[in-house]
Design a protein around this ligand. Sequence first.
Ligand SMILES: [Zn+2]
Length: 362
Amino acid sequence: MGTTDRDDRHDHSDDHPHDRADHHSDDHADDSPATPGGPSTPPGPPASGAPASDPPAPGGTPPAPPGGSLGGGPGVRHTAALALAHALSAAERGLAVIPLSATKLPAIRSPHHDEADHPHQPPCHGECGRPGHGVYDATSDPVRIRELFAAAPHATGYGIACGLPPHHLIGIDLDTKSGTDAPAALRELALRHLFTIPETVVVVTPSGGRHIWLAGPPDTVVPNSAGRLAPGIDIRGAGGYLVGPGSRTTHGTYSTVPGTAHLPPAPCPPALLRLLTPPPRTARHAAPAAGPQQGQGLVQFVLAAHEGQRNTRLFWAACRAYENGIGPDLAPQLTAAAVRVGLTEREARSTIASAARLTGHA
Ligand SMILES: [Zn+2]
């Protein structure tokens, strides 16, 4: 969407009283005694009409997490502004981000939350054009990031989408809970499979766990997994996200291990990559072909792509089409959709071809 609302431009102008009217009324209406009605008065929409923001939930804002500076009041906006600043800084490094709440979940409520379930309909991954689709909202475009955070005034952190270009980030999540020694398990895997973890970004979680950031090759999809490699080791891959450093949660703050923050994500060692990728999928032609509805959902998914996510969306849509046995049928429509959102036909064909290869259909 081409519009940028004025709110976004005023994040750092809190010292100008006239700008306050442009902000969402996070600070309670104590400066406007003329407004009758008190707490039952719903906060008005922002004057500039930010198209991206959902109206607040009928019950008010989500409950503030207990304790600490994450509580309500002006601190909320400060925390959100800090989260936005960290997210923008991650985006400058080419990482695609989404706002997260203090519970580490996507902070923007789904625009479909009160729609009746239609089990026959494919789930919306952003085809509707509104924010609130979790990791599918992820972007590295600063304007879009500001729009997302404007729609998430209670964000306390941000998630970094894995698997996306240019880094094709893979997160090795070493847990410290539940009595497992994940770092030791990783060392053992490294010895057995003859790889070393290169020097790279490492993020410390509030519970003392570690997220090791690695870069994947562009033509490999690393799936998410929990405990598959070894107990206590989770993998964040395509469709997953990592809580970004600087994020605050109910359990504490995520931070980088000193000396690693400036590093680019190091390439994943090939021997480790082999452990992370499943064997080539055997064609599942026995599965019934997906209906035309699903195919159209995938086409819409591509049509709704913003600049910066077009190729990734096309790739995901094509992978799903091939997995569901409708790849060859849908490829022309996917190509046309990609061209409509600005990819060249050659780019589109090449992306669809790699989706076909990766899913074992070429
Ligand atoms: Zn939607």
